[in-house]
Design a protein. Structure first.
Length: 295
């Protein structure tokens, strides 16, 4: 088996995934293209030497559809997800890298790009209308639950209180701001520019470093209605009968962000590095996949 190396990685800033977010005007295909252009320009690579590109997208429909990586160029991967862009980039990017790592390890490819893109301000959660989300005859027998209700089920089962998750959110926001101020992202986050070359966004827009426990305490739980009125609490209890009722602790201030963004990683074999004339940043030693409990 051939060793597999990471040679470069980039991402756009995370724009607020609403119509007033800075990246709302940028279609998914353009966000994805920004990362590919950056990898090309930073490495000086002859793009004909790239064997494949694979990018993840939770709901590849509307302007995120029709094989978005093929257009900026190759093929999409979609995996079941509630659609939060932060999580989508975390889930789909590694999944794509695992797939490409396998091809590099077997010697089929020398250089590939793997990543993910989401524009939640343009293509919202559930826009694909898939049966996994929308059809009770499919979702209920499989114990499928929306991600937010599932998070509350996990918090209930393992004893995480509202104060616990709020405190973690406050600390997470502080750490994000501190990382930006320390310049940890200066070599990996690329600015998104418009057609005139003017910068639209060059810094994560979703951060709330001023968040405190008092502000979070004023927010109502986001997932109590779908849990209680939508019947998903009953689904969760049926799947986990040790739970008598769900304690709803998650809300907009401590949940994963609704954001727009894209990310890409350039990976390859040692021969691929020789083509690039670059030293690797890291070696991928192993990977694993898991099929999680749908509830």
């Amino acid at each position: 088996m051939t060793d597999v190396f990471i040679y470069d990685h980039v991402r756009t800033p995370r724009g607020r995934g609403k119509k007033d977010g800075s990246l709302h005007e940028v279609p998914s295909v353009r966000l994805a293209a920004k990362t590919l252009e950056a990898l090309r320009d930073r490495s000086g690579i002859d793009t004909q030497k790239v064997d494949d590109i694979i990018m993840g997208c939770v709901d590849p429909v509307m302007d995120a559809g029709a094989s978005s990586p093929r257009r900026p160029p190759s093929r999409p991967v979609t995996r079941p997800s509630a659609g939060h862009a932060d999580l989508a980039l975390l889930r789909l990017g590694p999944r794509c890298r695992q797939f490409r790592r396998g091809k590099i390890a077997t010697g089929a490819d020398d250089l590939v790009i793997a990543g993910g893109v989401e524009s939640m301000s343009r293509v919202g959660m559930g826009m694909s209308g898939g049966a996994w989300y929308m059809d009770p005859s499919v979702s209920f027998p499989a114990f499928f639950m929306p991600q937010g209700v599932s998070a509350d089920l996990i918090a209930t089962k393992y004893g995480f209180s509202r104060d616990d998750v709020d405190a973690y959110a406050v600390e997470s926001q502080k750490r994000a701001a501190a990382a930006w101020e320390a310049g940890y992202f200066k070599n990996s986050v690329i600015p998104v520019k418009d057609q005139n070359g003017l910068v639209i966004l060059d810094r994560d827009e979703h951060m709330r470093p001023g968040t405190d426990m008092q502000a979070l305490a004023s927010l109502n739980p986001s997932f109590q209605m779908p849990g209680e009125m939508g019947g998903f609490e009953a689904v969760g209890i049926q799947a986990h009968p040790e739970i008598e009722r769900i304690n709803y602790v998650h809300h907009a201030g401590n949940s994963s962000g609704i954001v727009d963004g894209a990310a890409a990683v350039l990976i390859g074999s040692k021969a691929g590095g020789d083509i690039l004339g670059k030293k690797p940043r890291a070696r991928i030693r192993a990977f694993a996949n898991i099929g999680s409990d749908p509830a």
